[in-house]
Design a protein around this ligand. Structure first.
Ligand SMILES: C[S@@+](CC[C@H](N)C(=O)[O-])C[C@H]1O[C@@H](n2cnc3c(N)ncnc32)[C@H](O)[C@@H]1O
Length: 268
């Protein structure tokens, strides 16, 4: 492996790295391989259940655009459940890995290499639903990038399309403060994720693996209310937010929020 496949590069001042384009350098090959090895897909499928599949089916959505394909987990789940799926990612290595993961499970991914900010340059169809999952939107550091990406998602949806976008509960992390920081475990205690630095413009997380390997991700801490307003400002008519897949919750409890933003115009 080359050095840039095994080492992340945050320069001499890691907390100063607050750029949308940096996602290309963060998901290096060794991090991606290790993550996929440990967060086994069956365990992830068990913890998520049928939430996304049920939601899409209940609303009669069939043609789905997965804009944050990553290594392909949701694209493959949806293909297996009978949906028509197009899989987008801005990172070419991720798409290659996703294609291989799908092939190993007897599925063929239809992939498109595109950045969200100019999605419709490369994606020319209209979709019933767009999914942007796995806390992916947090990679956008600038306000104009977030607005632009949401506007591109809006444009790629049919007139009655929906956007399903999830995020970590950053409000709890920002408001409860660094001292009460929470350690999140994936897959039992195999991988841990914990905040290493938090301020209004940066959530830097540290990921630790059982063999001692350590990686970071620099993310923008999206507040729930801010996201809800942003959906509305780009034209989505209705937004419903679930907490850890539940409709009712105390705001500081869930680890993750899932927003469902609807395009349908209701006269009242
Ligand atoms: C945290 S991973 C999540 C992957 C997958 N959804 C999952 O849950 O396993 C985020 C993904 O979003 C992609 N991504 C981040 N910013 C992007 C952008 N501006 N345009 C396109 N893809 C982007 C990254 O390349 C990465 O594959």
């Amino acid at each position: 492996m080359l050095d840039h496949d095994t080492k992340q590069d945050y320069g001499s001042n890691p907390t100063a790295v607050r750029e949308t384009d940096h996602y290309q350098k963060e998901y290096i090959q060794s991090f991606v391989e290790k993550w996929d090895e440990l967060i086994d897909w069956d365990a992830r499928a068990d913890s998520e259940g049928q939430f996304f599949i049920d939601m899409l089916k209940a609303r009669g959505k069939e043609k789905i655009l997965d804009v944050a394909t990553g290594t392909g987990f949701h694209s493959v789940q949806l293909l297996k459940a009978g949906f028509e799926v197009t899989s987008v990612d801005g990172n070419a290595e991720m798409l290659t890995k996703a294609f291989e993961n799908a092939r190993d499970r007897d599925q063929v991914l239809h992939t498109v290499h595109a950045d969200w900010r100019w999605l419709n340059k490369d994606v020319h169809s209209k979709y019933d639903a767009i999914i942007c999952l796995g806390n992916s939107f947090t990679h956008l550091f600038k306000e104009r990038d977030r607005r632009r990406a949401l506007a591109e998602f809006y444009a790629a949806l049919r007139y009655d399309g929906i956007l399903i976008l999830d995020q970590r509960n950053y409000d709890a992390i920002l408001d409860e403060g660094f001292s009460t920081k929470h350690k999140y475990y994936y897959c039992g205690d195999q991988v841990s994720a914990e905040p290493e630095h938090i301020d209004d413009g940066l959530a830097r997380f540290k990921y630790q693996f059982p063999d001692g390997a350590q990686y970071n991700l620099n993310m923008y801490p999206l507040r729930k209310n801010y996201m809800q307003s942003l959906f509305k400002e780009v034209g989505f008519q209705k937004v419903k937010t679930y907490g850890d897949f539940k409709e009712t919750y105390q705001d500081n409890e869930p680890d993750f929020f899932v927003h469902v933003a609807e395009k349908t115009y209701h006269a009242k």
